[in-house]
Design a protein around this ligand. Sequence first.
Ligand code: PEP
Length: 252
Amino acid sequence: MRRNIVAGNWKMNKTFQEADDLINEISEGLDDISIKNVEIILCPPFPFLEMTTDYAQESNFSVGAQNVSSYEAGAYTGEISAQMLQSIDVEYCIIGHSERRKYFKETDEILTLKAEMLLKCGIIPIFCCGEELPEREAGNHFNVVKTQLETALFKLDPLDFGKIVIAYEPVWAIGTGVTASSDQAQEMHAYIRSLIIEKYGKETAKNTSILYGGSCNAKNAKELFANPDVDGGLIGGASLIAEDFLKIIQSF
Ligand code: PEP
């Protein structure tokens, strides 16, 4: 079901104590602000997930992981399965982040497997897509995103696809301080929705949340979220500072 979402991707940051402090600050902050029609998701590193799901029982946010194995179980040293995430009440999982595509060679084919694993365990994938700067400069950004969606996600049956959250994250905007303009974000989000209409129909497209990610912060969130096809944000750097993250949540 389409809903406004603000998700914080902590990446590989924070110690246990720092994570505890940040969750506390966010929880207390959420008690003090009025939250209008927005779901909040915290995506801390794996070692802090259980602590975060414990906090979530008393607070107004959901919990997401940043990655999952494409394998079900067994001799895969170092991997974390969807079933393990499910067993500690994780509800969302980011897949296909550009950093995982770049540094860990995650392909769209692997992402289909990851999405299927998650959906089998009732966990909602937050699927990241987006073009690199040379691809945009060459005018190829729509094709890049189309291929990512078609290769990784459009193999899912309509029921499964209907549960997915999409995050458009132009790679050139991630962690750079350069944000896509409001028009660039809206243009790509509307395009993504048009692809979903073609593949799965109007109703599914209308109900799919499409988030923007890439240097979204307390200053620019309001303008970005005001666009009709931007249903919130996947926030990296600004999600590590409670005050900024809370301001972004209040941007709806
Ligand atoms: C991200 O990594 O998903 C992200 C959007 O990062 P940042 O907000 O720091 O650009």
